[in-house]
Write a protein that binds this ligand. Structure first.
Ligand SMILES: Cc1cc2nc3c(=O)[nH]c(=O)nc-3n(C[C@H](O)[C@H](O)[C@H](O)COP(=O)(O)OP(=O)(O)OC[C@H]3O[C@@H](n4cnc5c(N)ncnc54)[C@H](O)[C@@H]3O)c2cc1C
Ligand SMILES: NC(=O)c1ccc[n+]([C@@H]2O[C@H](COP(=O)([O-])OP(=O)(O)OC[C@H]3O[C@@H](n4cnc5c(N)ncnc54)[C@H](O)[C@@H]3O)[C@@H](O)[C@H]2O)c1
Length: 465
């Protein structure tokens, strides 16, 4: 049987684009189908526009802080429309780069919504990216599902009045009062963005601390930083309903409190995007939340069909989707051994101001394997001592006591993600506390604390199992 393509990739996001480019580089005949936006979530409705907005939200504090450095700057006003237009221009530029890059790699670009007809055939129908395109059918020897994920909303009365991150990037004006539901990545990042741009922000979450799953000391430090940024935290609170009251929205909580706002933002997680994908025409199985089940080789339960990135709900980050796509293409079409990554030491960052960044095990996770030594430092960075701003940096090393390997590093503070990228190499290489200690610092920086924490803060015994 001859197919139109060796490989068809559904979804031109982080994972799909990398997989297609590497496969084409190995000589495969590749097609990519995209229904909405070239570059996927990260470029259009995720990492990139989010980071630009975080940057925008930092300027007000910088202006204030400049005074003690001798500048006679005065606080200006922020124009939301200017920011959104500039951000949109940048994203349009990136969309163009993605298209050119794929075309230059010799990949066929197919616009429309893809749906399985059978294990080798896709039906492509008109979609927002190509509303007037004619439906067509294409075949391939192998197919990769890289369709990403989509925001979910809580099932409460009035949920339709709330926005998710998809809408947040294109609001016609900045809401003066925002209620953020959820204290995961998106909730924390957008609470910081709106607060920095001048909105009153109420952050509602279920537990006693934000960012479940992160190290407890970081969660505590983040809660303090959220307060220092002027955000009101409503802990142990569950939303019950949203009602429209004239131009305002009212969010009612299960503790009886009602919060009035101009915008209710639900940042309560995402689910794999398998809508109208025609999976029933294959033997692919899905698990909880609709995630496509794959083996360690990213192959689904249907031979010859693979899935990578958020749709598999493993580690839902852009660099991981890219790594999975690259590794898969190498394995399917490469001649040399495939490029491998160490997923266990995937560094993570939450771009609040100040950001949190982390790699390896939390203290609690590490203590499951044996006793750990903890090195913890809290200090005010040089910039803020002069500026007179309350903005602490917190750094923590988690060291396995027996081997003295540094198994976790956690930082809350300016430039934490930039520092952590390099530290992640040390953790992947399984370096010890002695290796950190014999490394000379860079002075004066915050990062030098990573190699100068000499005195153990505490010893944590092995957790009882
Ligand atoms: C607000 C936000 C901020 C984020 N910030 C970060 C960050 O700072 N750092 C980080 O590492 N990660 C971040 N992420 C996560 C990151 O965006 C995702 O992990 C990453 O985009 C996943 O890549 P993917 O290839 O799996 O899917 P996506 O990038 O989502 O790409 C999937 C593509 O498939 C297309 N598609 C879906 N179904 C079909 C179909 N049937 N036919 C044709 N095309 C289809 C979609 O239109 C989309 O373009 C963020 C996510 C969000 C929402
Ligand atoms: N900087 C980054 O790398 C970055 C940024 C944004 C998103 N992402 C990725 O996107 C994913 C999705 O982000 P997210 O923030 O939507 O998800 P998340 O899983 O990080 O956080 C979801 C939040 O919603 C809360 N929640 C869930 N169900 C709830 C309920 N029934 N009632 C009340 N609260 C509820 C959770 O407790 C949590 O606080 C992240 O997990 C991450 O993988 C990464």
């Amino acid at each position: 049987m001859t197919y139109d393509f060796d490989l068809l990739v559904i979804g031109a996001g982080s994972g799909g684009v990398r997989c297609a480019r590497i496969a084409a580089g190995h000589g495969a005949r590749v097609g990519v189908v995209e229904s909405r936006h070239w570059g996927g979530t990260c470029v259009n409705l995720g990492c990139v526009p989010k980071k630009l907005m975080v940057m925008a939200s930092d300027y007000a504090d910088m202006v204030e802080d400049s005074h003690n450095f001798g500048w006679s700057t005065s606080p200006g006003t922020h124009d939301w429309a200017t920011l959104i237009a500039a951000k949109d221009r940048e994203i349009t530029r990136l969309n163009g780069i993605y298209v050119t890059m794929l075309e230059k790699a010799g990949i066929t670009l197919l616009t429309g919504h893809a749906q399985f007809v059978d294990g080798h055939t896709l039906r492509i129908t008109p979609s927002p990216l190509a509303p007037s395109e004619q439906p067509r059918t294409v075949t391939a020897e192998r197919i990769v599902i890289a369709t990403g994920s989509t925001p979910t909303k809580l099932d409460i009365p009035g949920a339709e009045l709330a926005i998710t991150s998809d809408q947040a990037f294109g609001l016609p004006k900045r809401p003066e009062r925002v209620v953020m539901i959820g204290s995961g990545y998106i909730g924390i990042e957008f609470a910081g963005i709106f607060a920095g741009l001048g909105s009153r922000v109420d952050l509602v979450y279920r537990r006693d601390l934000p960012l479940r799953g992160f190290d407890e000391d970081m969660r505590t430090a983040l809660a303090d930083a959220i307060e220092a940024r002027g955000i009101t935290q409503h802990r142990h609170a569950n939303p019950v309903s949203i009602t429209q009251n004239g131009p305002e929205l009212v969010l009612t909580l299960d503790n009886g409190q009602a919060i009035t706002a101009d915008c209710v933002f639900m940042a309560t997680g995402r689910r794999p995007k398998i809508d109208a994908l025609g999976l029933a025409n294959t033997s692919i199985t899905t698990a909880e939340n609709g995630r496509i089940q794959v083996n360690a080789e990213s192959e689904t339960t249907h031979r010859g069909i693979y899935a990578i990135g958020d749709v598999t709900d493993r580690i839902n980050l852009t660099p991981v989707a890219i790594a999975e796509g690259h590794n898969l293409a190498d394995r399917l079409y490469g001649k040399a051994p495939p490029r491998q990554w160490c997923y266990a030491t995937t560094p993570k960052a939450v771009f609040f101001s100040p950001p949190v960044a982390t790699v390896g095990l939390t203290e609690d996770e590490a203590a499951q394997n044996g006793a750990v030594d903890i090195y913890l430092t809290r200090f005010t960075p040089m910039r803020y001592t002069l500026a007179g701003r309350v903005r602490k940096t917190v750094m923590k090393l988690v060291v396995e006591q027996q081997s003295q390997k540094v198994v976790g590093v956690h930082i809350l503070g300016d430039e934490a993600p930039e520092m952590l990228q390099a530290v992640a190499i040390a953790i992947t290489a399984e370096l010890t506390k002695a290796d950190f200690d014999r490394t000379i610092g860079i002075h004066p920086t915050s990062a030098e604390e990573l190699v100068t924490m000499r005195t153990r803060t505490r010893e944590t015994p092995e957790a009882s199992k």
